[in-house]
Ligand binder design. Structure first.
Ligand code: V47
Ligand code: SF4
Length: 377
């Protein structure tokens, strides 16, 4: 740290604030994102990461279930969605959805996300959550983005808090962070004009936190947004977290340009831009416990590097992933526990297995049929 010329870079005050655990302003975050010396940024992100997590890096034994790819929205970056009746469109029956979890062994987390189907109602999702809860009493159920929750509320003629309470009652612990994209109205008009607004997304998350659910948050970057819009997104999340405190983890998602209407209008971020964005996320989101380097979208090697730029989590074993792979992700579909642990060790960190809420996890999270009961550590 001593060898880095923070004063010459105009970053002396940012350095002092980070080392004192004080909050950075939006402009300081922007200066760091664009800092000509990336070593300065990495050193600060490393300090902030180490203060919170030491040499620990997390992973989760999980499965994804994507109930349907039929969606009334038409986000231009999305390669996953289909119209009803279009080739490749599907809706999983509850049995098919449960079959995605068959033979999984102990699971720490079940991640359930899909499209905003024009008629698939709340009862389908409540039934699915109850079945997952019965089969995996100890797994965290992370289900339905804020966008899907608001869509289901409108579809069923219910208020959002009523839908959230029903999901919680059915066993859902938390909402995944998808649908946030980039909050800026102008970028959203280009990218996803039909989708819930940024303000609406934040409001549903506030209601989820008030209902006792936790949630993650994402930012899709490297498309049409400006650097300042990235910082505004982080600042809005930080203010929301100050108010309701329910966010667990932030996931910066690099835009993948394959097989979608936006396509080559945007290339996706360069590797260094990803590292800078992860570092600034760690530094700006001083009230977020965790920053995830999602290996599925990043590729494992870049995700490993992110652990030295502020991230403390790689996500999970996954097994079947559609959203990133349909958009051209070249990473594998699954990693084993041993591969995740090895990836973390090879990056210089100590692996820690966690559940969706980042509680310590272990093989006691067995399916109900295995008849084992062991509490979270
Ligand atoms: O909201 C869609 C993104 C998100 C593309 O909460 C794309 O733990 C890149 O949010 N290139 C859904 N990204 C996935 C998501 C998620 C994934 C894993 C863990 C968690 C969590 C959340 O995927 C969407 C959108 O931002 N996405 N298309 C694309 N072409
Ligand atoms: Fe639908 Fe989600 Fe794809 Fe947007 S990103 S079109 S809401 S499935």
């Amino acid at each position: 740290m001593e060898s880095i010329p923070f004063a010459d870079l105009g970053l002396a005050s940012a350095r002092d604030k980070v080392l004192a655990g004080e909050r950075l302003s939006l402009d300081e975050g922007l200066a760091l994102l664009e800092c000509p010396d990336p070593h300065a940024l990495q050193a600060l992100a490393w300090a902030a990461r180490e203060r919170r997590h030491g040499d620990r890096a997390h992973y989760v034994v999980n499965r994804h279930v994507n109930p349907t790819n039929i969606c009334v929205n038409r986000c231009r970056f999305c390669a996953y969605r289909r119209d009803e009746g279009q080739k490749g469109a599907y809706v999983l029956t509850p049995d098919e959805a449960m079959a995605k979890l068959a033979d999984a062994g102990p699971l720490d987390e079940v991640h359930i996300v899909g499209g905003c189907h024009p008629s698939l109602g709340l009862d389908y999702y409540l039934d699915l959550a109850r079945r997952v809860r019965a089969a995996y009493p100890r797994a965290s159920i992370k289900a339905l983005t804020a966008v899907e929750v608001e869509h289901l509320a409108r579809l069923s003629g219910l208020d959002v808090p009523v839908v959230l309470a029903a999901l919680r009652e059915a066993g859902v612990d938390m909402l995944p962070g998808g649908g946030a994209e980039i909050f800026a109205d102008a970028a959203r008009r280009t990218l996803c004009p039909e989708k819930l607004s940024g303000e609406g997304w934040l409001q549903v998350m506030a209601q989820a936190h008030e209902a006792g659910l936790r949630s993650n948050a994402t930012m899709l970057f490297g498309h049409v947004e400006t650097p300042r819009e990235r910082l505004e997104h982080l600042d809005a999340l930080r203010r929301q977290q100050d108010a309701t405190g329910g966010f667990v983890c932030f996931i910066p998602l690099p835009y993948l340009p394959g097989n979608n209407p936006l396509g080559a209008e945007a290339q996706g971020p360069q590797a260094m831009d990803v590292l800078r964005t992860v570092a600034v996320s760690r530094l700006m989101l001083d009230n977020f416990p965790h920053i995830k380097a999602y290996w599925v979208m990043l590729g494992l090697k870049l995700a490993q590097l992110c652990l030295s730029w502020g991230a403390d989590d790689l996500d999970g074993t996954v097994v079947e992933e559609k959203i990133g792979h349909e958009a051209g992700s070249e990473s594998s579909q699954a990693l084993t526990t041993a591969q995740l642990e090895e990836a973390i060790r090879a990056s210089g960190f100590t692996p820690v297995r966690r559940d969706g809420l980042f509680r310590a996890a272990h093989d006691g999270n067995a399916p109900a049929s295995a008849g084992k009961e062991a509490p979270h550590a």
